[in-house]
Ligand binder design. Sequence first.
Ligand code: NAP
Length: 489
Amino acid sequence: MSITIEQEKTVVDGVPTQLFIGGEWRDGTGGRTLDVEDPSTGEAIAAVADATPEDAVAALDAACAVQDEWAAHPPRERGEILRRAFEAIVARTDELALVMTLEMGKPLAESKAEVAYAAEFLRWFSEEAVRIEGRFATAPNGQGRLLTMRQPVGPCYAITPWNFPMAMGTRKIGPAVAAGCTMVIKPAQQTPLSMYALAEILQEAGLPPGVLNVVTSSSSSDVSKPILSDPRLRKLTFTGSTEVGRRLVEQSAPGLLRTSMELGGNAPFIVFGDADVDAAVEGAVIAKMRNIGEACTAANRFHVAGRVRDEFTEKLAARLADMPLGRGVDEGVKVGPLIDGTQRGKVAELVADALGKGAEAVVGGRERDGAGYFYEPTVLGNVGSSARLLKEEIFGPVAPVVGFDDEEAAIAAANDTEYGLVAYVYTSDLKRAFRVCERLQTGMIGLNQGIVSNAAAPFGGVKASGFGREGGPEGIEEYLEIKYVAMAM
Ligand code: NAP
């Protein structure tokens, strides 16, 4: 059944639009608001509070005021709050997905998948809250005892991007809450509604005032500076571009903050000559087209063995040509708009550069006229090695295909990037699979599958894709310090 304009308006009107500080919803002290746009129409659908630096400090004050109390809160209860929030999110999937599609653009089915993925982090960390352990050992000389305890890092500042507006939040909120850390979170200004809806759910699930504070701002730099320079802050966790990540690491240096950086990617998708080509095409559609190509894990370049390259390219082009473009709320739509005109312009520029250097558009290669920021699903063949899109993150529905001669060349091409988030490998040779996985310089690998995201696994990159891991048993470690006690006997 299609979604009506009234339904769209009702769900958006149901989301809080004020700052969430110390358990209260309040306007920004500057009295200003910030418009939220539907990228499929370019029209404003809501206006949220626009925080000032003073509001940011108030949010940090609220987090610091309850840090000690929250650290001492029974782990079981911390876990149960997360569990209740998980259940509430699942129960409200349809409305949360609609809000997400309206502010971010992805098709409803994908928003529902993100809501489920986001909720999983709360379930996972609800289970981890009661498994924070230390150890006890006899000193090697037999004279003393060595004790370790794991304690919350302290107040955290979290900054999230617009591409996964809810999951990038729960991946940080889940482990912070489970570990006993309080936090201030700043979602991207383009997609604040999903975060406010999430904060309201956590409040209703019993999260005490001040543990989570949310600020939205039209000037992320201005609100972040006073938080980052405050000596009470102990950790910065950031998901976003490498460029901004570098700047934030510099700003974290004076305070020697613990930092987690989930940054940009440039994922190679390698198809060996012995691969099941149909399975590789299936995986390629997911790895490329999930989230309209606007994912840090998106396959950015396809390295395909010479003998299967034409078959792979034709089959991938046929699949992408068959993906209807449109508003994410409309039935049958598989590809939504890009987030804004700037992002679409960047995609168009990268495609023009590749075409200018001899590539050919097997399918797509154009913006769509009219309202919204649509770009056609695109497959490019004959892409020259100097094309910028082999080196830069495309963040759009464009698949450049290049050939390779042998395994050594494939590995070298895959690693020829400053990024190192994820790689995809398709092969039916087990020994080759291990050889290649061991040599790829990435934090994650999809082996014969086009998606790696899983709340139970450590998500993260190496090189310019950052450091730190989110999800899995490793995820909570980012929010814990180890204290060692040397005990005389
Ligand atoms: P972005 O421009 O770096 O923005 C990310 C967040 O940082 C937003 O909340 C943004 O706020 C904020 N920000 C920007 N400049 C800032 C500053 N000077 N001080 C403090 N905060 C600042 O990235 P994006 O375009 O939103 O997201 C896309 C990028 O994120 C891609 O590179 C993608 O690969 C990466 N990403 C990585 C992962 C991962 O797990 N590795 C996951 C998802 C996305 P405003 O936008 O409100 O100004």
